[in-house]
Design a protein around this ligand. Structure first.
Ligand SMILES: Cc1cc2nc3c(=O)[nH]c(=O)nc-3n(C[C@H](O)[C@H](O)[C@H](O)COP(=O)(O)OP(=O)(O)OC[C@H]3O[C@@H](n4cnc5c(N)ncnc54)[C@H](O)[C@@H]3O)c2cc1C
Length: 462
């Protein structure tokens, strides 16, 4: 006789990937349960993308006030009320988390506000009840966690988890790391009037992005007054009467009120009982899955950051949706991880899709590069010195666009549109045949005709 289960699907983790998968599966008529140990919505809604974007919005006002003067505005002294911002942010996050709960309930999914642990491939225990439950299929969507390196005094630092709830805005902050979260928070704090220093042990911030993007953003962040030190890390962190003293490996000593580490995240696989269920984990702690997000155990799947593929919300959502399409709607679907655009909400922001110039040269040998660096119209009017960067990488053999990289206002909005063209395999000729929208910065993207040759390949420095 076939075994009966309490649930057709049990999902561990109600973040971006888990919620989408659970909701779709429940809408198919399946009996679905989902456990969340913290707050429904997960990292993105509660302590990631969404509250971070609110902080970016809040912090951008300071430069807007500055540029407003050039347009004839005179403003009184502007002050920022951090507790008032936090209250407004928390109300909006609670509203959004509530929408996720309602969406799950309306679809018919059971929500457990508890920690889930696998006892074996079909048995799950929840921290809020004694009886174990059984599920035919299990989806692990437990996300990721910030990681901290070993360093003397590391117990004094905060990560992004705490940054959203600081009781008061610091006067001075040291941000550690060169990834997108580090540069975003450096921009946020600087914009809110905090004296901001960023240190990174590598040679250049934003590893993995195009080299022109990396150097352009460094220049623009420094122009906005963020002190950036690369090639160094902490030797030690000590508590003093007035803050935290950081001694760096380059000999510098800096005192700040807060030290914030953004040095990476790792898949959240500890304590999930994955070993008891026989699920394979790689040497980075990520659940190993195939293109359908299936693990080595026949009834267990995993999506999102816990699989450490592309750690972005829309990717987790698409992986979760593909899983439910495949398993509950009979339509085998796998998410295509190629040409996924990404944005960095630094100030100025970055948008990127496709290959960097270095990767394209590595893969294709010869590539054509089109590059524009210019002062946007708004800056020329009010006398700002900031510059925008736009760059296209093209395969000369096929004329296909391989990469598009933008640094400057609205870059994340532009890259979403550019990603459609690149994903469709557009050629530079088709791209250029698109008429410009005027007056915009984006029109520069479709009017770049001159090939750019980098100085190291014999071109003129620009
Ligand atoms: C500061 C920050 C900014 C970010 N900004 C962006 C951005 O701008 N754009 C973007 O696309 N991505 C961004 N991300 C990444 C994005 O948040 C993640 O890629 C996304 O949330 C991954 O979704 P997920 O479903 O895999 O995991 P999560 O959203 O992390 O959800 C996992 C959930 O599982 C729960 N959980 C874990 N273990 C258990 C258990 N045993 N029992 C019950 N519940 C459990 C956790 O509490 C969590 O709620 C950001 C991340 C951070 C940290």
């Amino acid at each position: 006789m076939a075994r009966t289960f309490d649930y057709d699907l049990y999902v561990i983790g109600a973040g971006s990937g888990g919620v989408r998968a659970a909701r779709l599966a429940a809408m198919s008529g399946a009996k679905v349960g989902i456990a969340e140990e913290y707050r429904v919505g997960g990292t993105c809604v509660v302590r990631g993308c969404v509250p971070k974007k609110f902080m970016v919005y809040a912090s951008e006002f300071s430069s807007a006030f500055e540029s407003a003067k050039g347009f004839g505005w005179s403003l009184g002294e502007a002050t920022f009320d951090w507790p008032a911002f936090l209250r407004a942010k928390d109300i909006e996050i609670a509203r959004l988390s509530g929408l996720y709960v309602t969406g799950l309930q309306n679809a018919g999914a059971d929500i457990a506000h508890a920690r889930a642990e696998l006892q074996d491939a079909h048995t799950i225990t929840l921290s809020d009840r004694d009886r174990a439950l059984s599920a035919e299929k299990v989806l692990v969507a437990s996300g990721g966690r910030p990681t901290l390196p070993e360093a003397p005094g590391i117990e004094y630092v905060i990560t992004s988890e705490e940054a959203f709830q600081l009781p008061q805005l610091p006067k001075r902050i040291l941000v550690v790391g060169g990834g997108y979260i580090a540069v975003e928070f450096a921009g946020i704090f600087k914009g809110l009037g905090v004296e901001t220093t960023l240190i990174y042990r590598g040679a250049n911030i934003l590893r993995g992005f195009d080299n022109d993007v990396r150097s352009h953003l460094t220049m623009e962040m420094e122009r906005r007054g963020i002190a950036i030190m690369t090639g160094c890390e902490h030797a030690k962190i000590e508590k003093t009467a007035s803050g935290l003293k950081s001694t760096l490996t380059n000999g510098h000593e800096i005192e700040t009120d807060i030290v914030m580490y953004c040095t990476g995240r790792s898949p959240h696989t500890k304590g999930l009982g994955l070993e008891s269920a026989g699920v394979e984990i790689n040497n980075k702690g990520a659940v190993v899955v195939d293109r359908y997000s299936k693990t080595n155990v026949d009834n267990i799947w995993a999506v999102g950051d816990v699989t450490d593929r592309i750690n972005l919300t829309p990717v987790a959502i698409r992986e979760g949706a593909a899983f439910s399409e495949t398993e509950f709607y009979g339509r085998p679907t796998s998410f295509d991880h190629e040409m996924v655009a990404s944005a960095v909400f630094s100030q100025p922001p970055v948008g990127a899709v496709g290959l960097t110039e270095a990767d394209a040269r590595h893969q294709y040998g010869k590539v054509d590069v089109y590059r524009a660096i210019f002062r946007p119209m708004k800056a020329t009017f009010y006398g700002g010195s900031e510059r925008m960067l736009m760059k296209l990488i093209v395969d000369p053999a096929t004329d296909k666009l391989l990469g598009c990289h933008i640094v400057g206002p609205d870059a994340p909005e532009m890259i979403q549109m550019a990603a459609i063209a690149l994903k469709m395999g557009a050629t530079k000729h088709q791209w250029d045949s698109t008429c410009a929208v005027h007056p915009t910065a984006a029109e520069e993207l479709v009017t770049m005709r001159e090939k750019y040759v980098p100085p190291e390949l014999g071109g003129m420095p620009s």
